[in-house]
Design a protein around this ligand. Structure first.
Ligand SMILES: Nc1ncnc2c1ncn2[C@@H]1O[C@H](COP(=O)(O)OP(=O)(O)O)[C@@H](O)[C@H]1O
Ligand SMILES: [Mg+2]
Length: 322
């Protein structure tokens, strides 16, 4: 049996541009990576680079334009998702708009049970909801309350309880803490890690900031404008980033170790992410890369495994890290 719960092979998701028959938003443009059972992959990149689209395409809320999605050995690229819905769930970024304000918390958390397990009797249903509430740090009195009575952090706990109540094996967490205060972020991340230890789900944890995914991720995938720039274990990525984009993202976050901090060249990313409708030729990062040459602007770099699952997509990574 394979230890891979999710695999993306050259996944592409394009959206038609309104009013045009020939133009597409290439939100995801050839992305491959794997998530192992019970482990966390962090998916990081600036806003607009295609992270949510990857999450939504995995769930098949968006339909892939090309490539493959393999879930626990099953090709789900074009499959009927009914048998898989219970095994994979998604938590969304905004804790304010993602909960129905007219439903009680008990009914919100119980809704997936009603959909996937309608024959469950009332007592079983109640017990399961209560158990899940406790797992996310909420209590039985809060079951009859409504979303507006809760803080952002508590609402995100409710969203997580709802996603987990049917015991999925894989969870897409789309910027689950980005809207929350830093102190609350750490609490939610610790809770997610505890739940993973207890229950053994795999996570795809999406964030726009490398600092957020550092402790929860076993592996980190760095993407830019629909493409993968670098993949490495979290341990090695933060210590030895090889791609100039990873280096730039890392130099933007404070790190506690002064030695590493000094050794690292400071880089600030200039300008905005280009449009995925007209992406730059060659390497998509070339218009913002301090090391880009003519070759970078004309050749698309290979997404290369440089050893042990460490992936880099840069023509010049050897030279610039010398
Ligand atoms: N349903 C859609 N229709 C058209 N364009 C979309 C749609 N969803 C996302 N996009 C575009 O795809 C790109 C990637 O978006 P998204 O996946 O939300 O990025 P991220 O989550 O990294 O911020 C953006 O340019 C966005 O405007
Ligand atoms: Mg997003």
């Amino acid at each position: 049996m394979s230890d891979i719960i999710l695999e993306l092979q050259d996944l592409k998701t394009y959206f038609p541009v309104k009013g045009s028959r020939t133009q597409f938003v290439k939100a995801v443009d050839g992305v491959s990576f794997q998530v192992k059972k019970g482990e966390t992959v962090g998916l990081v990149g600036e806003s607009g680079c295609g992270k949510s689209t990857i999450g939504r395409t995995i769930m098949r809320f968006n339909q892939p334009t090309g490539g493959k999605i393999i879930f626990d050995g099953n090709d789900i690229t074009a499959a009927d998702m009914k048998p898989f819905r219970q095994r994979m769930q998604m938590v969304f970024q905004d804790p304010y708009s993602s909960l129905d304000p007219r439903m009680s918390v008990g009914d919100i958390v119980g809704e997936p049970l009603d959909i996937h397990n309608p024959k469950m009797n009332r007592k079983e249903r109640y017990d399961r909801i209560l158990e899940q509430m406790k797992l996310v740090g909420l209590n039985s009195e809060q079951l009859s309350r409504f979303p507006h009575e809760f803080s952002g952090g508590q609402r995100q706990r409710i969203s997580i309880a709802r996603a987990m109540v049917i015991k999925p094996e894989f969870l897409v967490l789309d910027e689950p803490v980005s809207a929350l205060d830093v102190s609350i972020q750490a609490q939610i991340i610790n809770m997610l890690m505890d739940l993973q230890d207890q229950i053994g789900m795999a996570y795809l944890f999406i964030a726009h900031d490398l600092a957020v995914v550092r402790h929860i991720s076993k592996t980190v995938v760095v993407m830019y404008l629909g493409h993968i720039m670098e993949i490495n274990t979290a341990k090695d990525l933060y210590r030895n980033p090889l791609h100039p984009y990873t280096q730039a993202l890392l130099s933007a976050i404070p790190i506690p170790d002064p030695k590493t901090s000094r050794a690292r060249r400071r880089q600030v990313l200039q300008g905005d992410v280009p449009s995925p409708i007209n992406p730059p030729s060659g390497c998509v990062f070339s218009t913002r890369c301090p090391y880009a040459t003519e070759a970078c602007r004309s050749q698309i770099p290979k997404v290369e495994d440089v050893g042990g699952g460490h992936v880099v997509s840069c023509l010049r990574y050897k030279e610039i890290n010398n």
